[in-house]
Design a protein around this ligand. Structure first.
Ligand code: HEC
Length: 471
């Protein structure tokens, strides 16, 4: 049987999902969720003032959003499915089982959203005069459907962090109304709206003539929008932070700084706060004195909110670890309730994706590799210099080698205890030894100089490191 696992050499599986998903959200939140309402409000302003410039600017902004969301936005949306199903089929399977009807509804809502944006663009020029009010209603409908898509998916993201009452009841409604759902939805809604205003501000560069009265009006409109949404955004952030389980908040420094940069956490938070503070200043002064706002500062709030969004998503994904669905399934795709069986009788014996069922001298290395693929590959790479390379992590603890497989095995046995974001080792001691031997053998391939075979004299440096690990 072919071993049905997928591994990216350098970037790693975790990074594949992260990049695709964060890019998707960076497009979806400002350009679809916030953007649809923002553009409809621009159109409405044009109608109220009887000013064609507003109408034209709204239309051009809509075209931009339409092209990006239906190409890059849609591709990354499908990309999340593809990458998640490749990397963690168990997790996506469980989520599909729990959220089947929610996802089914989301699919219908999404199709409607696509039809609505096509209609909104296509009828813009034709539904003029007496039909303009109906056209504006299309815009409101698009805004509503874009938001509902996000609202449904947010239920799933909250569920993955804290399934709440679903753990006992296994009912869909409990899964949707998980403890993190409403606070996270409030946060995403306000952030998406603020980002749309920031997009309007940076967009006024090409949507309006420099120095024109319309430029001033557009800058003021965008800045007021941002300023007004930033108050509920601050409140929603506080609400969300208050419901995130404390054990997860403790992992935030590693999430933003990685293991080695945990110390930089306060500096990272300060940098984000300074960016947001400067953006608030831009929003307030652009609202009050749009003409005086320097042009370079138009881009600042959008960049700052992109940084906030990326930091939020990265942290949300990381602090949930070792779980992919808290309390139910680990990030390696193994359900908590299956752990006792695997740890008593063997991972390879029972795991659906293993092809080696019992370890012999002949298949030991292959067994080790399969254990690695099941237990470690969702989060680590084996490529030398790869992202979160397992070799680099062991080298930081054991030196450049040669490593003793007993030492590697000991680290694996204690990894959950020392780094709680890694799941416990899900197998029996023999599997742990096979994994350790495979890791040592792989490492010898990557660092042939350092890992000299025991029969030849090790280099003085290697001998010193080896002696160091002997203690
Ligand atoms: C849920 C994801 C995940 C899984 C599964 C996982 N790890 Fe890790 N591991 C991490 C992260 C994240 C780090 C820290 C990376 C950083 O911040 O530099 C880490 C760090 C390590 C370290 C360094 C620990 C230290 O204290 O310095 C070792 C060694 C390691 N992992 C080995 C393994 C092995 C072997 C497996 C499989 C049995 C495994 N990991 C499974 C996520 C994971």
């Amino acid at each position: 049987m072919e071993f049905p696992f997928f591994e990216l050499d350098f970037a790693g599986n975790r990074l594949l999902i992260a990049v695709v998903a964060i890019l998707h959200v960076m497009i979806n939140h400002p350009l679809a969720v916030g953007g649809a309402l923002f553009i409809a409000m621009m159109e409405r302003r044009g109608i109220r003032l009887g000013d064609r410039q507003w109408d034209q600017a709204a239309y051009r902004l809509l075209l931009f959003c339409f092209i990006i969301t239906t190409s890059l936005g849609a591709l990354t949306g499908v990309g999340i499915w593809l990458s998640a199903a490749l990397v963690n089929p168990g997790a996506i399977g469980s989520l599909l089982r729990v959220f089947f009807w929610a996802w089914f509804a989301e699919w219908l809502v999404f199709i409607t959203e696509v039809l609505l944006i096509i209609a909104y663009v296509e009828t813009w020029k034709r539904w003029d005069g007496p039909r303009k009010a109906a056209h504006l209603r299309l815009g409101y409908a698009l805004a509503a459907f874009s938001w509902i898509t996000m609202a449904l998916i947010t239920a799933i993201l909250g569920f993955m962090m804290e399934p709440g009452a679903w753990q006992a009841s296994h009912r869909l409604v409990d899964g949707i109304l998980n403890p993190l759902y409403l606070p996270q939805l409030a946060f995403r809604t306000c952030l998406a709206m603020a980002m749309a205003g920031a997009m309007g501000l940076v967009g006024s560069w090409w949507l309006s003539e420099r120095g024109s009265a319309f430029r001033q009006d557009l800058v003021r409109f965008s800045c007021r929008w941002m300023a007004l949404w930033s108050l509920p955004l601050a409140a929603a952030s506080a609400w969300y932070l208050a419901v995130v389980p404390p054990v997860m908040l403790e992992r935030a420094p590693t999430a933003l700084g990685t293991m080695r940069g945990e110390g930089a956490y306060p500096a990272i938070l300060t940098a984000i706060a300074v960016l947001l503070g400067a953006s608030a200043y831009v929003a307030l002064s652009g609202w009050r004195w749009p003409r005086a706002l320097p042009r370079w500062s138009y881009a600042l709030p959008f960049l700052a909110l992109l940084v906030l969004l990326a930091a939020f998503e990265r942290t949300r994904e990381f602090v949930r670890k070792p779980w992919v669905i808290a309390g139910y399934m680990y990030a390696n795709g193994i359900r908590a309730e299956d752990y006792p069986l695997y740890q008593a009788e063997g991972l390879l014996k029972h795991h659906p994706f293993a092809s080696v069922r019992a370890i012999t001298d002949a298949n030991r290395l292959q067994a080790g590799q399969e254990v690695y693929q099941i237990a470690c590959a969702t989060c680590h790479t084996t490529a030398p210099g790869g992202v979160n390379s397992v070799h680099a992590r062991f080298e930081a603890m054991l030196g450049q080698g040669p490593w003793r497989s007993a030492a590697v095995g000991q680290i694996i046995a204690s990894m959950h205890g020392s780094r709680a974001y890694m799941p416990e080792f899900p197998g029996i001691p023999a599997e742990r030894r096979a994994l350790a031997e495979w890791l040592v053998a792989q490492h010898a391939i990557h660092r042939p100089g350092a890992a000299a075979p025991a029969t030849t004299t090790p280099s003085p440096a290697a001998a010193a490191t080896a002696a160091g690990t002997e203690r």
